[in-house]
Design a binder for this molecule. Sequence first.
Ligand code: ATP
Length: 425
Amino acid sequence: MTGQTNLAYQLEQYLPQQLEQLIRDIGTQALALGQSLYLVGGVVRDLLLACPSFDIDLVVEGDAVTLAQQVTEISSAKAILHRRFGTAKLSQGDFVIDLASARNETYAKAGALPTVAPGTIKDDIFRRDFSINAMAISLAPSNYGELIDPCKGKEDLEHRLIRILHPRSFTDDATRILRAIRYEQRLGFELEAQTAQLLTRDIAMLDTISGDRIRHELELILKEKCPEHVLNRLSRLGVLKRIDLPLKTNQWMTEKFGKARQLNRSGQTVPLYFCLLAYSLSQKRNEQFLRRLNMPRKLAQALRDTLDLRAHLHLLDKPLMKRSEIYYLLEHYDPLAIQASAIASESSTTYRHLSLFLDELRYVKAHLSGEDLTKLGIPPGPEVGEILRKLLKARLDGQTKTRDDEQKLALSVKTMKARTGESEY
Ligand code: ATP
């Protein structure tokens, strides 16, 4: 056919050889089963942009589970099968491939999950979010590499446009509002005119989306290279307010997110960004946000800790503090909250104290254990805990260094207690 684009060359050039061979083999195997196989989604877009990802999604017109089983029989690939969803995960060495059956989706109600039925590759393309994500590449041996592009995604890529596939797209699934802005900012594209108009009109449809799904899309945003650009744009559009995240200052966020990437100690950038988002909220607003996102318990606690610590941060802004004083102020806070406060703090003294705790103090332990104290003749009971705490304090403040020092201190406390008959030290 004239004008047909073939991407066989790009597949060979950009995908690792072993991965490309594997998807060719799966294509051949699909043919043996009388099925057609396609590469779909983001990887097609990225191949056309010449910046390929190896996040491989395949769609088969037929049963993905049967095909996956067949592939494991003729190759060294392993499969995890999800019969109920008609999907499978294939892995070989470091490569992982998601395999799904082509499907047709209809939305009975805005925001509800779609009703799914088996379909053709065209159906599977038309259920997608944007034209640039709605292309497929044939992996059948006879027309390997042929681009299937009924929604003109390639043209939109060339014109740098994000375009929905039909006017009900955002009402069917308002998570696409968050997705549209994520791609817009990541790729430096523009929203196509009607898409922009419908996106603004349908912002209220975000109310139909569950907290878990909103949170998932926010996490995807926070995994972007510069999430603050996406968030700032969403804030200007009024989207963040709609999901109970009314952020105050955009410049502040840009600066602090940049600092978070520079200083991140734990490698947990996404939860750290969440804590920084909470930092500019009131407690009441934070609770609303946590409820709206159905935030998991541990992360919700980190966000609450962030706000609680923000209210006590002035206590750390004193130049001459004992190390134990810093320790006792911070010991019960989630480390993420402490990290977020260090990034958010405008005082170099406070920053120094928070960093000291994160880098050093939180790891300090007394040399002696409760068992060691029992061996020294201190009977099991609350007294052991009290002495251990005293040992830790002494170690933090440099009054003891060795096991010997701690044994002497423990025994002197014991003697003093025996003399005075007091239970508190
Ligand atoms: P990236 O991982 O680079 O952000 P991707 O395109 O791989 O991009 P995924 O979130 O992994 O993004 O989704 C895979 C594909 O599934 C998308 O390319 C899109 O075609 C489709 N998709 C994902 N979410 C939706 C949605 N809410 N509505 C319609 N299609 C969607």
